[in-house]
Design a protein around this ligand. Structure first.
Ligand code: UT7
Length: 328
């Protein structure tokens, strides 16, 4: 029987510090009512502490997952880290995470697909399992968005938060795991959502800093429109391709960018609101971490054989949907 890459463990890490809507009211011209009604967010987590970056959160999550599963770090073959906020431009954050957690036999790399980073990494990782070449692969979605957010820009600072979610992939011969996926990208989206400074086009200078090019820029409305259409279309396409109806889906696991986008996507898929994983109210948009953080929060409610549709839309543009048959 065909080997599938099955998710056999989930873990998350969110920093302790809570940045509430009420605290943001004191920082920018905004209010709790606007933020909640337009996005669904009540609070988000922020990683404090000098020199702590994405690898700190990921290493905490990895250590707890390995402990929970009684797995030695030496058993991990491969680590793929999805992030837009690596510790440094290079080396890859995956390498740093491996070093911090003792995963000495693993090779690893970072993958950047913004809010779709976790799904792109999950599908990439699944190929290494399906060939039979690797037995234990960690997929990490982590972002310290607070490191690239302008806390005087109300259009972005109310949305994003910090966090990490990870899954372990192992081979399954029983038909559980990643069943199918559709992933897409279109570079036209770069105009509406980007961090322009710090790369090879605009390396950091006093001028790039003065122009705030090292912060996230988002033109919210075009992204919103593209997200509603892109996420709903690709999820519906994946379901049709696999003859899945709304009733066959146990859970929709959507990227947590905006509650209104999520509701529109669920409606289009014919999936009831009670089947939507949602934690945007407590974490905001943690970019690559949202989907695995949802799996972590809802892990106890999942049953073996449940059909999950993981779905995302984000910077790039990048978007996609993944059908997972839950394996435990
Ligand atoms: O995860 C990656 C992909 N990203 C997304 O999927 C995000 C997609 N976009 C969105 O979720 C929404 O566009 C936002 C939440 C970013 C913005 O919501 P919106 O309903 O599109 O608001 P808007 O940008 O059209 O702004 C409406 C009004 C404006 O005022 P006027 O011009 O109508 O007077 C804004 O200036 O709301 C104002 N506004 C705010 N007011 C209070 C914008 N930000 C805020 C704020 N507090 N934080």
């Amino acid at each position: 029987m065909k080997l599938h890459a099955s998710i056999t463990a989930v873990q998350g890490y969110v920093p302790d510090y809570i940045l509430s809507n009420f605290e943001l009211e004191k920082m920018v011209e905004t209010n709790d009512e606007w933020i909640q009604s337009r996005t669904g967010i009540k609070e988000r987590r922020i990683l404090k502490g000098e020199g702590l970056g994405s690898s700190f959160m990921a290493a905490e999550a990895v250590k707890n997952l390995l402990k929970k599963k009684s797995i030695s770090p030496l058993e991990i073959d491969l680590v793929i880290c999805a992030t837009v906020t690596p510790d440094m431009i290079f080396p890859a954050t995956a390498n740093i995470i491996c070093d911090k957690t003792g995963m000495k036999n693993a090779w690893g790399f970072d993958l950047e697909a913004a809010c779709s980073g976790f799904l792109f990494a999950l599908v990439t990782a699944s190929q290494f399992i399906e060939t039979g070449k690797h037995k234990k692969v960690l997929v990490i979605g982590v972002d310290k968005m607070s490191s690239i957010i302008d806390y005087t820009d109300r259009s972005t600072c109310v949305i994003f938060g910090d966090g990490c979610g990870i899954v372990l992939l192992e081979p399954s011969e029983d038909g559980y795991g990643i069943m199918d996926s559709i992933l897409k990208s279109d570079g036209v989206g770069r105009h509406y959502l980007h961090q322009k400074g710090g790369g090879s086009c605009f390396p950091p200078t006093h001028e790039t800093i003065d122009k705030k090019l090292h912060y996230v820029f988002q033109d919210g409305q075009p992204v919103f429109k593209a997200a509603v259409k892109g996420m709903a279309d690709v999820s519906a396409e994946l379901m049709e391709k696999n003859n899945l109806k709304g009733n066959d889906v146990a859970w929709l696991v959507p990227h947590q960018a905006n509650k209104r986008i999520i509701d529109a996507c669920a409606h289009r898929m014919g999936v009831g609101t009670e089947k939507i994983m949602m934690n945007i109210e407590k974490y905001g948009n943690t970019t690559a971490a949202t989907i695995p953080l949802c799996l972590w929060d809802y892990e106890k409610q999942l049953k073996k054989g449940d059909n999950l549709i993981l779905s995302s839309f984000g910077g790039g543009y990048t978007w996609g949907a993944v059908w997972v048959k839950w394996g435990y």
